[in-house]
Design a protein around this ligand. Structure first.
Ligand code: TYD
Length: 211
């Protein structure tokens, strides 16, 4: 892969979208045109699956895990892999770690099993960097307010299990993760993220000696 693949993860209400936008703005100022996407929902099929999995009636935990996996399979094949092969910077709001944490740890399906399912779905495509924005379950609930999708409406114990699993994933491979405190100033968080991403950036088009 010749592009750069960055994933944002974290609990509901952590402020991922704000940080995705800040990073995209900064990249734009530096002459890059990143591709922003999200899971579930980055493709036409993904948007239909998103609706089913977030707003449908009760479904079994395994059905839920398979729908999230299907969304990712489509997303990687249709959008992410071709973009990376073309040298693009791809930023995704959630990726496979969300499923490992929410379905594996939160739903209790087993982190290893869900990890294996996810890796099969995405052909083992792993981000260059995953940024985890960390907040407590309580703070997340406070920020989300009254509107809840199926996952958000789970108890705080579920969201604490998700949070702990994100920490465990980062601790197991620190070279591929950046964990930031989601309760600090968004601009400060953005600066920490930029510090981590900047050295990894591919050459800008005008800097490419072959052009
Ligand atoms: P998201 O779109 O990030 O929600 P929001 O816009 O409210 O931040 O994610 C939707 C929900 O889906 C979120 O609660 C996390 C959950 N989710 C999983 O449980 N497994 C997954 O694989 C993904 C990608 C998301």
């Amino acid at each position: 892969m010749i592009g750069l693949f960055v994933a944002f993860e974290g609990g509901d209400g952590a402020g991922k979208s704000t940080q995705v936008d800040l990073l995209a703005d900064r990249l734009g100022q530096e002459g890059y045109a990143p591709i922003l996407t999200r899971q579930p929902g980055g493709t036409a099929l993904g948007r239909a699956l998103r609706d089913l999995v977030l707003h449908g009636d009760h479904m079994s935990a395994r059905a839920e895990a398979l729908i999230f996996a299907a969304d990712k399979a489509q997303h990687v094949e249709e959008l992410i892999r071709p973009a990376l092969l073309a040298g693009e910077i791809v930023i995704t709001d959630r990726y496979t770690d969300s499923s490992v944490a929410y379905q594996g740890a939160g739903r209790d399906l087993g982190a290893q099993e869900v990890h294996d399912l996810q890796m099969w779905a995405v052909h083992d495509l792993v981000p260059d960097v995953t940024v985890i924005i960390d907040i407590t379950a309580e703070e997340g609930r406070r920020r989300r307010g009254e509107v809840h999708d199926r996952l958000e409406s789970e108890e705080d114990t579920f969201h604490e299990a998700v949070r702990e699993h994100f920490h465990a994933l980062a601790a197991a491979a620190p070279e591929r993760y950046l964990v930031v405190d989601g309760t600090t100033d968004p601009i400060e968080i953005g600066a920490q993220i930029w510090e981590r991403i900047e050295p990894l950036l591919p050459a800008r088009p005008e800097q490419d000696p072959l052009l």
